[in-house]
Design a protein around this ligand. Structure first.
Ligand code: SF4
Ligand code: SF4
Ligand code: SF4
Length: 321
């Protein structure tokens, strides 16, 4: 094994591991990348390691660490802090790690409400004694068992450790992952603290974009949800009333959703310079919709917070209930 290989670590915090599937989806490009990369840590998805396996690695011994998933348990906080010490460069890999993503919608509820619902109130729950997960448990007076503590809220990983780079996507598109890994290998990364992104909006890659057809985008006069009928081919979804977040979302997926008639929901993350994704969404949509369409939007999406902050609520200025 060459000494010059970049030592890579991958840690899944509180996510679904879909971001790591995007690494695997690189397929033969991953084989090429592995000529330059040595995977020294990949847990818990690939290797069933213990805390001490990471804790015992020398500080700074991982060149680049990718973290996917958000912070929900005290275990995530601990592993993140240890990984930070072991890594020269740490990347928040995907929407959960960068912004909190869909699991962050749980911040609209209190921790106690979530536990009550999940362990007592769902139709499929069989828990007659109403037992909730206990962080510490003694079994037969003999065994001291512990579980990671469930924290009060979901947070992006930057709330726990310093993050060198952020990547959007739920998950990031494999081509984008390939480009990012290429940039890491070639040392062509942006200034620390930046998002790794082309910096263009989804609209810039969208074949439906009126501007790319030499036309002006028409105002949206009525709002339609996707179950109300299929959109016309080739025409901007927003013009047709389907609320599409393409104008204010990073386009590193190259407009994957609008390409197949599905409005962008914003998983790519905010365009550079945007402080609050939802606030940007409201201000941008305000200029694109007629007053009648705004009224329809509020009626058809009664929980607007869930709609506009689907991927970014924990990193928003609102952040929790
Ligand atoms: S960003 Fe999406 S794909 Fe990645 S871990 Fe979170 S939920 Fe899963
Ligand atoms: S608003 Fe959506 S459908 Fe319209 S051009 Fe932008 S990405 Fe494409
Ligand atoms: S079009 Fe929007 S929602 Fe779809 S993958 Fe791209 S950024 Fe994510």
């Amino acid at each position: 094994m060459s000494k010059d290989k970049i030592k890579l670590g991958v840690l899944l915090a509180g996510g679904c591991a879909g971001c790591e599937m995007a690494i695997v989806d690189l397929s033969e490009k991953l084989i090429d990348a592995l000529e330059h990369l040595e995977v020294v840590f990949w847990a818990p998805t690939v290797a069933d390691v213990k805390y001490k396996d990471l804790e015992s690695m020398p500080d700074g011994s991982i060149d680049v660490a990718l973290v996917d998933g958000m912070v929900r348990l005290d275990e995530h906080e601990h592993m993140l802090k240890v990984l930070r010490a072991k890594s020269k460069v740490l990347v928040a890999f995907g929407s959960c790690a960068s912004e909190g993503c869909i699991p962050g919608m749980s911040n609209l509820f209190k921790k106690e409400e979530l536990l009550e619902h999940a362990y007592k109130n769902t139709f499929s729950t069989d828990n007659p004694e109403g037992i909730l997960p206990q962080p510490e448990w003694k079994e037969d007076g003999k065994y001291d068992l512990t579980l990671p503590r469930f924290l009060d809220e979901v947070r992006p990983i930057s709330s726990v450790v310093e993050v060198d780079y952020f990547m959007g996507g739920c998950p990031p598109h494999p081509d984008f992952v390939g480009e990012a890994i290429g940039a890491i290998i070639e040392g062509k990364l942006p200034p620390k603290g930046s998002w790794i992104t082309c910096g263009k909006a989804v609209c810039d890659f969208c074949g439906r974009n009126p501007a790319l057809q030499g036309k002006k985008r028409e105002l949206t006069t009525e709002v339609r949800r996707t179950f109300e009928g299929a959109p016309d081919d080739g025409r901007c979804l927003l013009e047709q009333g389907y609320i599409c977040f393409g104008p204010f979302t990073q386009g590193d997926c190259k407009a994957l959703c609008p390409k197949v008639g599905i409005p962008c929901r914003g998983c790519g993350g905010p365009l550079p310079g945007v402080k609050d994704y939802g606030a940007k969404a409201v201000s941008a949509l305000g200029t694109m919709l007629t007053d009648e369409a705004v009224d329809q939007l509020l009626k058809k999406y009664p929980n607007l917070v869930q709609f506009i902050y689907r991927y970014s609520y924990p990193s928003s200025l609102l952040n929790k209930k």
